[in-house]
Ligand binder design. Sequence first.
Ligand code: FUC
Length: 839
Amino acid sequence: MSNTYRFIALCTGGFPLLATASANEHPSQDYLWYRQPAIVRPAPLPWTEGESDSGNLPGKDTSDAWESQTLPVGNGRIGGTIFGGNHRERINLNEVSLWSGGPNLPNNGYGYTYGPTAGKNEFGSYQPFGNLYIDFKLKGEATEYSRSLNLKDGIARVSFTDDGVKHERECFVSHPDNVLVYMAKTDTADGLNAKIALTPCHTVTYSKSKTGITMSGKLANGEKFEGQLLIKVQGGTITAKGKSGTVQVNYRNKGDNMEPTFSAANMPYIEVKGAQALCVYVSLATDYKMEYEANWKGADPRATNSAILSKLNKKSYKAVRSAHTKNYKALYNRLRIKLGKTDSAIAALPTDERISAYRNGGQDPELEATIYQYGRYVLICGSRPGNLPVNLQGIWNDKVHAAWACDYHNNINLQMCYWGAEVGNLSECHMPFISFIKAMEKPLTQMTAKHFGSSVKGWTTRISQNPWGGGGWEKWNPPVNAWYALHVWEHYNYTRDKAYLKNIGYPILKNICAFWQTRLKKLGKGGEGLVSNGQKINVADYPELKEIKAGALVSPESWSHEWGPIEDGVMHDQQLIWELFDNTAKAAKELGTDEAWAEKLLSMRDKLVPCRVGKGGYLQEWIIDRDNLPNGGSALSGHRHTSHLIGVFPGTSISMAKTPELAKAAMKSLKLRGCGGDNRRSWTWPWRTALWARFGDTQQAYEMVQNYIRYNVLDNLFGNHPPMQMDGTYGMTGGMSEMLLQSHAGYIHLLPTLPAVWNDGYVKGIRARGNITVDMKWKDGQVIDYKLTTTSPPEEVTVIVNGEKKSVLPTLVQQAKDKAEPTEQKSPETKKKKKKLQP
Ligand code: FUC
């Protein structure tokens, strides 16, 4: 029997028999699996008020089973995290737009009160929707238990045997049908007995029908939400039980430990008896709309849910499932990767044990490739056009008062979530971020004027954002608009979609330029007028300022995240603004517009105080060459942020090819940061992976990948800040991509930093700037086959292959329509060797 799933068709009732995989038949890549469920804690449920034990198999004893053990599914709007309990299943439910708080305008986007009851004048926080609980009436102990998530079809599965009877369950969130789907099935003639409830996190009103439950409510900020369950069975009976009415939710504990409390006595539930299979469809909706002009208000959630479920009611489970896999695979299968073969003893282990083996020094290139693909998986699940972008935790959150409000944090986090989108061939999944930037322009323009004065045009934002146009955290983050602009530009740079650039991208870039055109400060000769921590400094004390010419431009009073003084000319800002002006001028040229304006922009770009190598040979982080910080401590080592290296990555202004002196100094700075203590965060490793890759240091780049897995990955491959934070999970796809292909310096470099562990492998479908898709295969660290394709009129491009520069004309291919369910293609290894592409 092969190492893949067996699918056996069951012809009755539209319920296909679930994929079966025995314990030793788990794929070793693009796949996560475990021998135990995540612990499902006792909960108030309408049929067991006050019960203390759900009788599940023991799970792994971790401090937080939700954040480290559950498996995520999603469709960009609805998210679920599955516990996989054999007796009691719990799925934590999310809808990307359920947010407390509001535009917090009285404080001009300041004030960081969050939590479930925050009103419109407060920042608020991303809220969990509720929980789906299913209690199965089982006879005994589970054997042959396994729980998995298959990245190749976007389905989470649980299987086990109870009292000699096989049980199989699967769960996914369908994008085409817009619902979370849970299916349970057994092969016993007696069938399944189960009780099903939807529990709340906020005060709600319940109603029940013959086959379902509705739970609706309104947050303190007026946002309406509603969840509907629709239950279908094959064989057996369904009965709606319990009461309808309002369930009051209160909260106990403070901060991140805050929890909803309620009595389940007045809740309805569904009882299923003797079914061969049962299926729960969960439709969740709010009345949020990402549109300022509409006052952020859209369709009534009841109308949304009813429309979704009435359409779905007519479909068989089989049809829903196959529409999901077709839609999901059309995105996921665009990129395939092999980084090497893992030793079979390690490859056979469940994911958590593989992580432990890795931490103990084991090599596992297939786990590393899974980490790469997992970043793509969670992007497909968390970020689909038409929805809000992913937040600090993707779209998955079980806390009513989550860390940092589970917000749109922008001094690294939100941006990093999208580092893998373009290069990872998921360009449309980048769009929610860009649409969010666009949707926030108007409220942010007003807040910006209020804060910076009416002479400053355009907009920028505070360090954290909510979906209501509001801001939070203590500081503004002026240069973040230029960082956002990099995403706006790179989407064009990768896709070469002129309609996008004209209608969406370029207007955003112009508004951001307007901010800096009116905000930049002119210094006098030798830096005269420079302000640090609110004080004009005596420039004569700082010889490094001598070279500054009169009229040089600096970003006034900014911050190198998140340390050092508030000062003019912080290098993070200078680099970002340089890229903004440079890219916007390029955009104007691409569109053949605003020639004179773009010229002015370029002349401002050239007046920006440039990066400088300090006396120690480091790239200066501030305009002043500091070894130590004014309030004590080294200004060079230890800090997790690498803000002054942004021109190396994700920016492109500093590179070994174009600015070798600065690049070498940047490398020295990075080395000094170290790898211990505060450097170990979910997001530090992807950034450093990409930085070392851009420096061409294979060993260091690979060590960053290893450190991510060693220190900041949880058993379910969620990133861990701590607490769980998804920036690193997404970012690793971008970071590792830089090791395999670089295209920022005007040419395409294949395998710039390939570690020995990845010596034999392939990537099919990775993207390069210029609307180019690259397939390549390598052996003994050397590229042995590669192919460039494009859907634009092909133009010659320089490619570095095995150290040699070649000129290659990409092959023109048709724009892929909805690729539907691509027939399983053979891997490059098993394919008949193609004629090597002659550059
Ligand atoms: C930034 C980072 C922190 C954390 C927080 C959510 O402020 O500096 O490390 O990731 O965002």
